[in-house]
Design a protein around this ligand. Sequence first.
Ligand code: PAF
Length: 287
Amino acid sequence: MRLITDPGELASLGPCVFVPTMGALHDGHAALIRIGVAEAERRGLSGGCVVSIFVNPTQFNDFADFEKYPRTMDADLLACEGSGASAVFAPSVEAVYPPGEAASEVVLPPVATAPGLEDRFRPGHFEGVYRVVRRLFELVKPVAAVFGEKDWQQLRVISAMVEREGLGVEIVPGETVREAGGLAMSSRNKHLGPEDREAALSLSRALCAAGREGDPAEAERVMEAMMREAGAEPEYAVVRDAETLLSIGAGHAGPARALVAARVGTTRLLDNAPWPSVGFGVGAAAL
Ligand code: PAF
């Protein structure tokens, strides 16, 4: 596996599947990399699966959160190699955002500003994600890229960006990987203490309970109540159209998604699931 820091070296890799990350890799990332490796093999791409590790400063609306973000490069490189990546691209901030170069304009697709979701609680976050992913695509030039369903709104924003800008990168979704008990894997789980466990588990439990409700408004009420009862502070607990992320009524036709975000102590957690549904598969036995 190659470690590349200079974008000029990327050209020698050949066509590839790309998995962008901010490092602090866990089994959820490993699953995304394995999807990337399988996709590259299936398409006969000589560049294999390229993983980027870059903690993107422009997507943090809180500098303390950026500083606190776990950085575990040595372990990350081992995880990439163990999952079959052909190369890791770990650029400097200057390589991604060259000093003196004007920031490219970002006009967010409507799904990024769907009312009451990430934009309300993390203003500016999707501008940063949009900028960095577009820039990484420009540097890596992938044929396809893998994004986790755990960040459902991000997945929708990136799909809309690719379509709108005609970037010609196929977006491949990767299912959320869960710990036993249902907690969605996240780099932020490292900040949870044993005393936070019940509150953290309440997000996936709430999604499961909501999946059994037939009415979106009732499903939202149930999710909010379950999270509060367990000690989490919900930011949102909603059922939305799975693609536009706009509110839906009782007779909604087409795929819908339940999405939750909550603070557990000082840690912000996100999760989502298809709605209605009866469980997650992984970890569902414990729910
Ligand atoms: O999902 C993430 O880890 C980040 O938002 C991404 C896509 C790597 C962009 O920095």
